[in-house]
Design a protein. Sequence first.
Length: 407
Amino acid sequence: MIKPIGHIIAVASLAFFAACERTETALTEDPEAPQQQTEPQQQTEIAPQQEPAIKIEVDTSERQQDTPDARTATTTALDTQVPQTTTIRNSAQLQAPSAPFQVRRCMNMGNALEAPNEGDWGYRITAQDLRSVAAAGFDTVRIPIRWDAHTAHRAPYSIDAPFMARVNTVVRDAQSAGLGVIIDVHHYEDLMARPTREQARFLAIWDQIARNFADAPDTVYFEVLNEPTLQLSNAQVNGLYAKVLPIIRATNPTRKVILGGNSWNSIESLDEVRWPLNANKKDANLVATFHDYGPHAFTHQGAEWSEPVLPLGRRWGGPADMDELADTYQRARDFKAKTGLPIFVGEFGVIDKVPTAERFAWTKIRRKTMEAHGFSWCAWDFSGAFKSYDLSTRRWFPGAQDALFGR
């Protein structure tokens, strides 16, 4: 149940944010110029969970205005000790996890809570939609969430209480349908553009998320940062991971935490991630993720948000495309063999401007390849521009279920 919200933040949170008094020095900018980046088994049944005991510990005082003076306050940093980091070189270095990563077949509920406001992009998540996802055979949903659009710009960087309550409702509805839930930090564009200035706010967001879901079932998962890119270098991504994991572990010591590499979570960047330690030991509850939209010229053709907009008419399935597919999943297999970490393909899909049969032919081959190698996956997405489900008819598009579940 959700605890009543007071106007004073919890004592533990006050102690945490008291450190926000000195100028940001912990995460220095990478001296190098930003890297050029290019965007690129069997189902495990999860029994329906009881309603999680979700608690909210946020300051509900009036949110600060988004002014230049307010934004300047984000230069203050959390005086959080940075633990050692390590590059896992072989699976023998990993301790046994507390429990297996239970995600197998997942659906992204996109275009909703990662919009500036839910509904701005034409979709709001409903309990009926979540039941439809569960009935189709998915075990988990990934909820992309734009937390920073609902977070104050001055310490203690409080998340708006109504927004947190809405996230709690979606999580409870998903769990009531028997679904696991992945909660991420999505579209944090200010962090990508100004990582040093936004670091304290990012860490404060995760402190509040972690406290809020500390008592949730273990089928609630955390994904630290969706698709880091732009000014956020590999070194800075690793620095953020090293700082945020102890914050999460303080209240969620064994919860699965999903981390990915730079360049929009590309497969090529996974080897650059330095996997943080937990109490000076290898953290056995980390999951590696990458996103698969290859080749980009096929999956994103006609996408209005691309610069430049990619031309329509690109077909898929030739020898070069098969080589690209093989290379992507060989890299993933090599990474898993080297590290022993579970691999989660957090996004894959084709825009709806491509003919339906071609979209789902690509989807089926990619999905079967993932499963053949023992990787978990999460399709993008339910009803957005890469949609699998028709909200007007409340049916899956022809070919979608075969693409995602067929032999």
